[in-house]
Structures are given as structure tokens and as C-alpha cells.
Design a protein around this ligand. Structure first.
Ligand code: HEM
Length: 504
């Protein structure tokens, strides 16, 4: 190689790097130029340098603490300017009132690289999203939830049996997150797929294998999810998947085996969601040339997102709730008494759907857990048309907008001593109440969590059965404050949250 060539190459590299640097500097002046308070970005990663070092949950809590007087702040998702709103009034505008400007979530993936991930309710854009939501909503009516609760109660009984077998007799502290992930994995098996698999009885349950693979927060899985959620364009470029190839294959096989078995046996079962998913497939209005594969995948994608949506969020809620109860024996006693009284009054050992809804203190404990530990710490939307936020700031089309749930749930004006777990503050709050947009653990507006009532009843069923038999005590080896897992996009207790079970 001649010297001239090397010199030219070096000059080109220096020019390229300088231009890139200038581009980034100009890009990072985005919020400053608009007079919006902002987080100072890191040159390459913007404000994403916290990823894999600290949980998303802690990041949003720190934003609240640092900018507690600011209604909104600017951050950079990589190089992408992103607005974070922190007040109930702005949350109301973004989620509900001005939904026409914020119709979509950020996440996107392509059918060719992630066939199921690209077809879930969380990935669809409007108008396909609203058609799909309309078709799925009837799966969560009160009538259906009543039937589903019967199945969940069966799983909760197995949970109690496992605690007796493994944790009462040997008196060891329990990793709650692991235990409750088994429970929620089993409830998905019975309520969505109509199959009786039991991770609680048999650690080799194939559904447990696949669900624990989906939500096992290794470094790489955590990184993959972070890229999918925070830099969707990069995720699409790298062809990352919400559901891995083995998970996709397994879900397909599991579902079609159940359908085949039922056809052969001439059975129908209206308690689980299998029939409903099949009806969904028939009702979908797909283009004539789209083929049956797409219709099948569309249906299976909804089953897959139910797995992802329910296992992680509900098991985290159960873990933190039990952990707090262990550290608040007097509140635990109050809840235990409410459950025992109901069991005596109703004259049945296992409380059913309507009975569970009547337990006011149980509801307060769950809502307070969701306030202090919202499993989803931010709600994501994409601005779909230029939007005037106030007299100073205009949000450009394509800008990601986050509602900081932590800022709302930790506002001391609404929730005095927000760090304190105090179910009494929720004693008059109904499950459906968002306290004027100060309490949004399930999101709000047209995109709110479709599985909200399913998730809460799943938590209720497990707590009622466990606390009718056992008390929980703190594990002396674990501090009160349980660190969130830095690899998980949603909140997940790193050590699992450990307690000891003792007989009541
Ligand atoms: C304690 C339990 C749960 C919590 C805390 C929770 C939380 C959330 C949150 C915060 C959102 C975003 C809402 C928004 O952006 O406004 C969401 C969406 C969603 N959740 Fe849940 N969830 C739970 C249980 C479930 C369950 C059991 C399922 C399925 C059966 C589920 C399926 C979904 C789906 C499909 C969406 C997307 C909805 C849409 O965009 O239309 N979730 N959830």
C-alpha cells in the first residue's frame, strides 16, 4: 500500500469521525434548543448507559427524584430525543384525552424475523391494533373471569401443597419470585391452553421450561429486551425477537396438540381460552392473499403475549406483596383475619370469584403493592401527529413519549411517605380507580392492560389460599429493601424476595 493511500484513508476517517461527532452534538442539543430540561447524554448511548447496570425501574425513580419539580424532561434513547412526562395532568392528555396524537407504542418488529412477536397486541399499530383489541376484549368479561378463577384456584391449591411439602417441613427461606413464577406459569397453562401441566409439582413441566426461558433475565436476554423496548429501529435491524425460535415452535406445537386432542375426543371446554382463540382466527378479516399461516400466527401470537404479559407482572406483584407482609406482621394479621372470616362466613374452604372481590383489605394490599412496586415503570407511546404540549413545546411526529409511572406513584402530595408500604391509604380505592391519573400500574386509555382483571384475580386467588394456611416471616439473611434485577426491563426482585412460611 502506498503512503498516499494510507494518508487519504486517515484523512477520510478523521473527517468521518468529526462529521459524526458534529452530528451527535447537534442532535444532543435538541432539548436544549427547545428550552426543555434534559438529562445530559453520553456521547454514544445518549441516556441509555444505565442499561444492564441498573434496572429500568430504578432509572425512572431516579428521574423523579432528580426532576421532582419538572412536569416533563427530555432524554435520549440512544440518539433519539424522547419526552418523559411526570404529572397526572400530562399523563391524562397523552394516554386518553389526546390519544389521537399518541395511538401507538414504540415497539416494532418484522414478520419475517419474529413471526409471533410482530403480531401481538403490543406490536400492532393502529388501525390493526384497534381491530385486534376489539376481538380480544371479550376474553376478559366477568363471566369468563369467573370460569378462569376456578382454574386458577386449582393452581393456587397446588401452590399451597408445594409450600407445605418443600418449605414448611424443612423450614428454609423461599425464593418467592421463583415460586410464584411457577404458579403463574401453571395458571397460563390451564387458563390459556387448557392443559394440566404443573411446574409446582414437576420441575420438568415443558411449559415451565419455555416460560422460564422467556423471562429468565440473563445478560443477553436482558440486553435483547432492552434493545427491543428502547431502540426498536436497531432491534428491527438486528432482527431481534420478542419470542425466541424454540419458544415460538413450542407454543405452536402445544396449542395444536390441544386442539387435535379435543377434536378427537369430541370435547369442548369453555373455561380456558382455546376455543376463543380459534374463534378469533375465524373472525379476523385478513386480506384474501395472506394465507392460513398468517391467521394461525396471529392467533398464536396472542397466546404468546398472554404468557409474557401475565407471568412476570403477576409473580413480581405476588413476591413484593408477600415480602412486605412478612415485614409488617400486624398488617398481615389483619389480612389473615379478613380471609379466615370470609372462609367461615361463606362456609367454603376455597373462596370463589365473587367472594374474592368482596375482600376489601386484600384489594388494598394488592393496590398498595402495585403503587410502590409497579411492575411496568413507564408507559410508552409514539407521537403520531405533531402535538402542541403547551405554549412552549411542540412534540414532533415520531417522537417517543414516556409517562413516568414512578413519578406519579411516588408523589408525596398524593401519597405521603411514598416509600412506606401502607395498604390503609388504598382502603377506599376501587380496582378501577386511577386516582385522577396518579395511580396507573396497568396504564390507562385505550391501550390499558387488557389482562388487568385477570392479573389481579390471579394474585387474589394465590394470596387468599396461602394466607388462610400460613404466615410469612422475614428471612434474617435478606434486607428489607430488595434490589430490582438490573437485567429485567420490567420490575423483578433480584434475590427473588425471600421469606419463611410458618403454619397459621
Ligand atoms: C399484575 C399484573 C399486570 C400488570 C401490572 C400489567 C401491566 C401492564 C401495563 C402497565 C401495560 C401498558 C398499558 C399502557 O400502555 O397504557 C400493559 C399492557 C398489556 N398487558 Fe398487562 N399487566 C398485568 C397482567 C397482564 C396479564 C395477565 C395479561 C394477559 C392475560 C396482560 C397482557 C397485556 C397486553 C396484551 C397489553 C398490551 C395492551 C395494548 O397495548 O392494547 N397483562 N400491562
Amino acid at each position: 500500500m502506498s503512503l498516499n493511500f494510507i494518508q487519504t484513508l486517515l484523512v477520510l476517517i478523521v473527517i468521518g469521525v468529526s462529521l459524526f461527532y458534529l452530528y451527535l452534538r447537534r442532535n444532543y442539543a435538541y432539548w436544549k434548543n427547545r428550552g426543555v430540561p434534559y438529562e445530559e447524554p453520553n456521547i454514544l448511548l445518549g441516556n441509555l448507559s444505565f442499561i444492564m447496570r441498573k434496572s429500568v425501574w430504578e432509572y425512572f425513580l431516579e428521574l423523579r427524584q432528580k426532576y421532582s419539580t419538572k412536569d416533563y424532561i427530555g432524554i435520549f434513547l440512544g440518539w433519539k430525543p424522547t419526552l418523559v412526562v411526570q404529572t397526572p395532568e400530562l399523563a391524562r392528555k397523552i394516554l386518553t384525552k389526546d390519544f389521537d396524537y399518541f395511538q401507538n407504542r414504540l415497539i416494532r418488529s418484522s414478520y419475517s424475523s419474529d413471526p409471533l412477536g410482530s403480531l401481538t397486541l403490543t406490536s400492532f399499530k393502529n388501525p390493526t391494533w384497534s381491530n385486534m383489541r376489539h376481538e380480544l376484549s371479550p376474553m376478559f368479561t366477568s363471566l369468563r373471569l369467573k370460569l378462569v378463577t376456578e382454574l386458577m384456584n386449582g393452581n393456587a391449591t397446588e401452590l399451597v401443597q408445594k409450600i407445605q411439602r418443600d418449605h414448611i417441613d424443612n423450614k428454609e427461606a423461599v425464593n418467592l419470585k421463583e415460586l410464584f413464577s411457577m404458579y403463574t406459569s401453571d395458571t397460563v397453562g390451564s387458563t390459556v391452553f387448557g392443559i394440566k401441566v404443573s411446574a409446582l409439582n414437576d420441575i420438568n413441566s415443558p411449559l415451565w421450561y419455555i416460560t422460564s426461558h422467556m423471562v429468565k433475565w440473563t445478560f443477553w436476554r436482558g440486553l435483547e429486551f432492552s434493545i427491543i423496548f428502547f431502540t426498536p429501529a436497531l432491534a428491527a435491524l438486528l432482527r431481534l425477537k420478542l419470542f425466541s425460535q424454540p419458544a415460538t415452535e413450542y407454543i405452536k406445537k402445544l396449542f395444536w396438540d390441544v386442539v387435535k386432542e379435543r377434536k378427537q375426543a369430541g370435547q369442548t371446554n369453555d373455561k380456558d381460552l382455546v376455543n376463543h382463540l380459534l374463534k378469533l382466527k375465524d373472525n379476523l378479516k385478513l386480506p384474501a392473499d395472506s394465507g392460513t399461516q398468517l391467521a394461525d400466527d396471529l392467533m398464536l401470537a396472542q397466546a404468546a403475549i398472554f404468557i409474557l404479559g401475565s407471568i412476570e407482572t403477576s409473580s413480581t406483584t405476588l413476591s413484593y406483596c408477600m415480602h412486605e407482609l412478612a415485614h409488617h406482621p400486624e398488617l398481615q394479621e389483619k389480612l389473615g383475619e379478613e380471609i379466615s372470616d370470609a372462609i367461615k362466613r361463606k362456609g367454603k374452604e376455597i373462596l370463589e370469584y365473587d367472594d374474592l372481590l368482596e375482600l376489601k383489605y386484600l384489594t388494598a394490599c394488592i393496590l398498595e403493592t402495585l403503587r410502590k412496586y409497579p411492575p411496568v415503570p413507564h408507559l410508552d407511546r409514539e407521537c403520531t401527529a405533531t402535538y402542541r404540549l403547551d405554549e412552549r413545546v411542540t412534540v414532533e411526529k415520531g417522537t417517543p413519549v414516556f409517562v413516568n409511572v414512578m413519578a406519579l406513584h411516588y408523589d408525596p402530595k398524593v401519597f405521603p411517605n411514598p416509600e412506606q408500604w401502607n395498604p390503609d391509604r388504598m382502603s377506599n380505592v376501587a380496582e378501577s380507580d386511577n386516582l385522577q391519573f396518579s395511580f396507573v400500574p396497568f396504564g390507562d386509555g385505550p391501550h390499558f392492560c387488557i389482562g388487568k382483571r385477570y392479573g389481579v384475580i390471579q394474585v387474589r386467588a394465590a394470596l387468599a389460599q396461602m394466607l388462610s394456611k400460613y404466615r410469612v416471616e422475614p428471612d434474617p439473611n435478606e434486607p428489607y429493601l430488595v434490589k430490582p434485577d438490573p437485567y429485567s426491563v420490567m420490575l423483578s426482585p433480584l434475590s427473588g424476595g425471600r421469606v419463611k412460611f410458618v403454619l397459621r
